[in-house]
Write a protein that binds this ligand. Structure first.
Ligand SMILES: NC(=O)c1ccc[n+]([C@@H]2O[C@H](COP(=O)([O-])OP(=O)(O)OC[C@H]3O[C@@H](n4cnc5c(N)ncnc54)[C@H](OP(=O)(O)O)[C@@H]3O)[C@@H](O)[C@H]2O)c1
Length: 258
């Protein structure tokens, strides 16, 4: 367990999926949590409220904030709500992602803008807005959630190049934020069975033939996130840890169910 007692964490896109598991793990380790979904109402808000209740059941404070990370004004409003509701910020997990599943030649201009605005600029907006709060508390940690698409081509997965750009950006942040006491690292996660995996499986039917051991659970990604947020990871800076149960290591002899 990482000792995160007294820390305040914002996990973007924590209303469901991997982000939700990360929020619960950080709460178990002692942190108060800002749960974040894209929209103010509807299913997004209902999922966020449910995740916040689960955090409270662990004895930690939780608030729900919303906002599209692609919009700097909405990110600013979410961070202001965290300051008001929880009193500051120590840990930021950049987990939210949104992307079309299409081959690159078919991407419309609006697809491309959404890709870059959400998955590149959006994370930069989050760091820019969170930084003053983290500095006020003497520093903190940023963890970015990447995917194997950052280094391997996946069909109809234009999110991959955005993840590669973010892994490079994390190296930049690690140096630029060092003197502010803020650390930055990334996790490159393997395949995880979340809502977005249902779409991936449709586009990439071979995935259905993979055995369970080829998949990482949201909780396993959360465990490594908690480690990177804690004091035991103080010597790790600007790195991307691959958390994929060895899938990429044995890519030329992929496991089969036989
Ligand atoms: N699933 C995988 O196999 C896999 C593998 C490796 C890495 N990853 C990475 O892990 C992260 C989480 O993936 P996931 O599969 O858990 O995703 P998911 O189940 O689709 O959940 C996405 C979360 O992000 C939020 N979100 C989406 N767009 C947003 C935006 N523009 N602004 C703010 N919040 C936004 C969603 O909020 P709403 O509920 O409001 O929509 C939701 O909470 C992503 O960065 C993904 O690339 C996933």
């Amino acid at each position: 367990m990482a000792n995160l007692e007294g820390k305040i964490a914002w996990v973007t896109g924590s209303s469901r999926g991997i982000g939700r598991a990360i929020a619960l793990r950080l709460a178990r380790d002692g942190a108060d949590i800002a749960i974040h979904g894209r929209s103010e109402g509807g299913a997004s808000r209902a999922h966020a409220e449910e995740a916040a209740e689960a955090v409270r059941a662990l004895g930690r404070r939780a608030i729900c904030v919303s906002g599209d990370i692609a919009r700097k004004d909405e990110v600013g409003a979410a961070v202001a709500a965290i300051e008001e509701g929880l009193g500051g910020l120590d840990l930021v997990v950049l987990n939210a992602a949104r992307a079309p599943f299409k081959e690159t030649p078919r991407l419309l201009e609006r697809d491309l803008r959404m890709l870059v605005d959400t998955n590149l600029l959006g994370h930069v907006f989050c760091v820019q807005k969170a930084l003053p709060l983290m500095e006020q508390r003497g520093g903190g940690s940023i963890v970015f959630i990447s995917s194997l698409g950052s280094r391997y081509m996946n069909p109809q997965y234009p999110l991959g190049p955005m993840k590669a750009a973010m892994e490079a950006m994390v190296r930049q942040w690690a140096e630029e934020l060092r003197e502010k006491g803020v650390g930055a690292n990334a996790i490159c996660a393997g395949l995880v069975k979340t809502d977005s995996y249902k779409t991936l499986r449709r586009i990439w039917p071979e995935l259905s033939g993979l055995p369970d051991e080829a998949f990482v659970t949201p909780e396993e990604v959360a465990d490594v996130t908690a480690f990177l947020c804690g004091a035991d990871a103080a010597a790790i800076s600007g790195q991307t840890l691959i958390v994929d149960r060895g899938l990429s290591n044995r890519i030329l002899r992929a496991p089969t169910t036989e």
